[in-house]
Design a protein around this ligand. Structure first.
Ligand SMILES: C[S@@+](CC[C@H](N)C(=O)[O-])C[C@H]1O[C@@H](n2cnc3c(N)ncnc32)[C@H](O)[C@@H]1O
Length: 289
């Protein structure tokens, strides 16, 4: 078991997340952010099934915290849409790990797209409890090609669940403010201060020419993750991303005085993180190197 305390280094681990996270102690993280690959096609679904069979044996071994209620909801949803089953079977054990790793005052941010978000919401309510649900954040952007045959889809959904609805940490005053949509309707003082963000976050994607760009294809903007870390953790707290990609959560955490553990099984992602986060220790799961 790894130690996570004031003396531990920020950490990047190359490895399969379901192998790495069991080496981390219960309740160590105040924020867990997960941005898993989307359920975009058959090839990926095949991969997901393989991973689950290797990692946890049978998906039916997982019952969740809500016992029979969760099993019933899960069964109904899977019968309704079998395309979702492989994806959820992949995600479910990783979500249970995330829950175990969250501190009592911790918060899970699960970044999804419109294809999964609604099924995931129903399943997470059943798995973690509806009272643990805090928010559905819509990250809206306006970039790229636009469909002419339906409303162009230009948002992601981030589902937010807290470990304990009585104890979770949330500091709205610590969050970057944003301009009022109708600045003429508020006082100059309010205009200068900006408004608190709501659950709809307008934010550009990572600019293809900006300094933030790492070249990693699915990189998320720091401005979006910064809000999560500002609101849901304090300086010195630990945050975890086990689908870390280019390490955006680590970059934000470091800038805000938080500590981080980042995991990705792709060596290209770990190379990007090594460059982006030069102060972090880098290990390969299973070698300790
Ligand atoms: C959507 S990307 C994350 C992007 C990230 N939020 C950022 O800002 O760069 C998902 C990442 O999860 C990684 N991944 C997928 N399955 C994984 C697994 N089972 N274990 C570890 N990493 C995994 C992929 O390699 C990919 O880098």
């Amino acid at each position: 078991m790894r130690t996570i305390d004031d003396r531990s280094p920020d950490l990047v681990v190359l490895g399969e997340n379901l192998d790495v996270t069991p080496t981390l102690p219960d309740g160590a993280f105040t924020v867990v952010y997960l941005d898993p690959p989307f359920n975009t096609g058959r090839k990926q679904r095949r991969h997901a099934v393989t991973a689950v069979q290797r990692d946890v044996g049978s998906p039916s071994t997982i019952t969740g915290f809500r016992g029979r209620t969760y099993e019933r909801v899960r069964g109904d949803l899977m019968r309704f849409d079998d395309r979702f089953e492989d994806y959820w079977s992949f995600l479910e054990p990783r979500l249970l790990e995330a829950w175990r790793l969250l501190a009592d005052d911790g918060t899970l941010y699960l970044h999804l797209d419109y294809r999964e978000a609604h099924y995931a919401k129903v399943l997470l309510d059943a798995l973690f409890g509806r009272d643990a649900f805090l928010n559905e954040i819509i990250w809206a952007y306006d970039f790229g090609a636009k469909s002419r045959s339906r409303w162009p889809t230009k948002h992601d959904t981030i589902l937010v669940y807290v470990k304990d609805p009585e104890r979770y940490w949330f500091d709205s005053e610590a969050v970057d403010r944003e301009p009022y949509m109708a600045p003429g309707l508020v006082t100059p003082e309010k205009r200068a201060r900006g408004k608190l963000p709501t659950d709809v976050w307008w934010h550009t994607i990572v600019s293809p020419t900006g300094s933030e760009k790492t070249g990693y294809p699915t990189q998320k903007p720091e401005g979006v993750l910064r809000r999560m870390v500002q609101a849901s953790s304090r300086e010195g707290d630990w945050v975890l991303d086990s689908f870390a990609g280019s390490g955006t959560l680590g970059a934000v955490a470091h800038a805000l005085g938080r500590r981080f553990v980042l995991v990705d099984h792709n060596p290209v992602a770990v190379d990007v993180m090594r460059r982006r986060l030069p102060g972090a220790a880098v290990e390969q799961q299973g070698t300790g190197a």
